[in-house]
Design a protein around this ligand. Structure first.
Ligand code: ZN
Ligand code: ZN
Length: 406
């Protein structure tokens, strides 16, 4: 039996052919893909990914040349510059999301796949697989790539930018990483790594069942009978995410408050020949329009202005609709929730762009770019809206529907 992780509807498991996926019959959430538990492809891709990761981090990323002076940066330079300027929050965030967590994700995959390929189940296999899955939204290399693109567009008008080997390795790494994620089917691997710990998909007949939110394992009966942790992946099991409404509200309100300073204060200051011009999120978009960079302007406007408002609006609406017990269009509301989960991380584009600019443009009085306090507030908005979306439990939408229809 498989429980839909978004509306809790039970489905009988049925294998699907490669390249197809099983969707929930009620809310059309993605349930599982083809259960091909082949290891060769994800393993080969993860090894390639690790090599590219090392190359991307060891070599120079870009070189910036202006007035006969040159400045090079690497992937970690932005974090170091933030740290030096006293913005430790941004330093930590950029380092974690663009270097450390992608590395962890690859290292954990190798830890899992190499022994499995050799026929050995590594220690903590199920727990490690759970970490691999839950790390995915926080490793933001492809978002970093777009941030780099915006930074290049902003600089090409008045300086020469040369892309270095580290940059090309990084582009290849992003392609390999997305192929790895597509080749790795956690649904199939769960069976393999849980051998001996839990009896896979048991035939469950009971009226009440509880599904593990991390690995999808289904157990009959109520939680008291099983204790609090999933027997397969060891995650804490809950009928619904605990205190979902209260937590989501708290984090969402915090995000909405940070949205104000994020837009009022400058996110960066461009100092050129001693003259400083502070840039807010909106003035950055306007500069791009003035430079006739329409596609990039639309991209930045969408990611930095529109997406945060959209997320705060949708989550607020979902919270209120659940609290007043509405059973209006549950399918569409679940789809709206899925959108907020998917688009949240793309707002990091501006933060990554600033991290590249501060590391490249530091030619003292000639040209220097410094981060501004608005960037810290904006980073807080992105992270808080992501956490808020994760703490909302979409199954609450369907509880109302079940209550009213029996
Ligand atoms: Zn569903
Ligand atoms: Zn589990």
């Amino acid at each position: 039996m498989v429980l839909c992780h978004e509306c809790d509807l039970p489905h009988a498991f049925e294998a699907v052919p490669r390249g197809r996926k099983a969707k929930c019959a009620r809310c059309s959430a993605h349930l599982y893909g083809a259960m091909t538990d082949e290891l060769d492809r994800p393993l080969a891709l993860a090894v390639a990914g690790m090599i590219l990761f090392l190359v991307a981090n060891m070599f120079i990323f870009m070189t910036f040349e202006m007035e006969g002076r040159e400045q090079a940066n690497s992937l970690v330079s932005g974090s170091i510059e933030f740290w030096r300027a006293g913005y430790w929050e941004l330093a930590l965030l950029v380092f974690l999301s663009s270097v450390f967590l992608p590395f962890c994700s690859l290292a954990l995959m190798l830890y899992l796949l190499v022994p499995l390929r050799l026929g050995i189940t590594p220690v903590w296999a199920a727990r490690v697989l759970r970490w691999v899955v839950s790390l995915r939204p926080w490793a933001m290399m492809e978002v970093y790539m777009l941030g780099a693109l915006v930074a290049i567009v902003k600089l090409t008008d008045f300086a020469d930018i040369t892309l270095e080997p580290g940059f090309y390795a990084f582009v290849a790494l992003i392609l390999v990483l997305s192929a790895t994620n597509a080749a790795l089917h956690p649904e199939a691997l769960w069976q393999r790594v849980s051998a001996g710990r839990a009896t896979g998909q048991e035939a469950v007949d009971a009226q009440t069942v509880v599904g593990c939110h991390a690995c999808g394992h289904v157990l009959p009966g109520n939680l008291e009978a099983h204790g609090q942790n999933c027997p397969r992946c060891d995650a804490a099991m809950h009928h619904r995410k605990p205190e979902s409404l209260t937590r989501t509200w708290a984090v969402l309100i915090a995000a909405a408050i940070f949205y104000v300073p994020a837009n009022i204060y400058p996110i960066m200051t461009v100092i050129s020949f001693g003259q400083g011009t502070p840039d807010t999120i909106l003035s950055g978009v306007i500069h791009l329009i003035e430079a006739n960079q329409w596609p990039i302007a639309i991209l930045v406007f969408f990611a930095s202005v529109f997406v945060p408002i959209l997320k705060i609006g949708i989550l607020g609406f979902l919270l209120i609709s659940v609290q007043i017990g509405s059973n209006w269009r549950p399918r569409e509301r679940t789809a709206a929730y899925r959108v907020t989960e998917f688009i949240g991380r793309w707002s990091m584009i501006d933060i990554f762009m600033i991290s590249i600019l501060v590391a490249l443009v530091k030619l003292d009085a000639v040209a220097t770019i410094e981060a501004g306090p608005g960037a810290v507030a904006f980073a807080a908005v992105v992270i808080l809206t992501m956490v808020s979306a994760m703490s909302f439990d979409p199954r609450l939408i369907w509880d109302q529907v079940e209550d009213s229809h029996g």
